[in-house]
Design a protein around this ligand. Sequence first.
Ligand code: C5P
Length: 237
Amino acid sequence: MPPPETAPRDRLIVALDLPGVEPAEAMVARLGDSVTFYKIGYQLGFAGGLPLVRKLADQGKKVFIDLKLHDIGNTVARGVESIARLGATFLTVHAYPQTMKAAVEGRAGSDLKILAVTVLTSYDDGDLDAAGYRLGVSDLVEARARQAQVLGIDGLVCSPEEAASLRKLVGRQMSLVTPGVRPAGSVSCDQKRIMTPARAITAGADYLVVGRPILEALDPKATAEAIVAEIVPALAG
Ligand code: C5P
């Protein structure tokens, strides 16, 4: 759960899904003060983007490293120790008990918060069955959310549609971070289960991850400001 005084602007996380450091830095410059929190995932991270974490942190920005780690416990713990030194605020891991336990151990003594991905939103019951799971999506999400909470994980990544039920399940302690957010009137791209910023916040999300609607906008800064303006009344109401 973010501190209650977390400003609406600090709840918007812009996914820097760009092919390299140069376009990413150009986007950060364009967005200026309108954005305080960035997400670095596979595309930018594996294109030389990890040093940007420290650079952005030194500029007073927060960074979410979205690498969805999963490996044997020792490897996860040592990897998370290294990541914790980069100065990021959030890191994702897959919600397997060994992995979550190791991540919590690896970040000990740092400010890094660990977010668990319960079940990837691209998976349906049939995909889980094909992967050898006995549970369907909703039961597995619930089981993993409970395990995450017991293991000291700080938050969950979930679709806006899952936010209300997960909020009921885990209470106010854990942060809920939702991608799949589209400002009112924008195109959905390939996101299927989408919500507007206001509805996602009302459903219980603490942080909203938005990529293409901002990155591909004619005026990214104005789009970011419009999203923040949608968050303000939703938080108040
Ligand atoms: O461009 P868009 O707003 O769809 O970007 C959403 C971001 O959130 C991407 O970086 C994507 O990888 C991430 N994400 C997602 N759905 C999930 C988990 C993460 O879209 N279930």
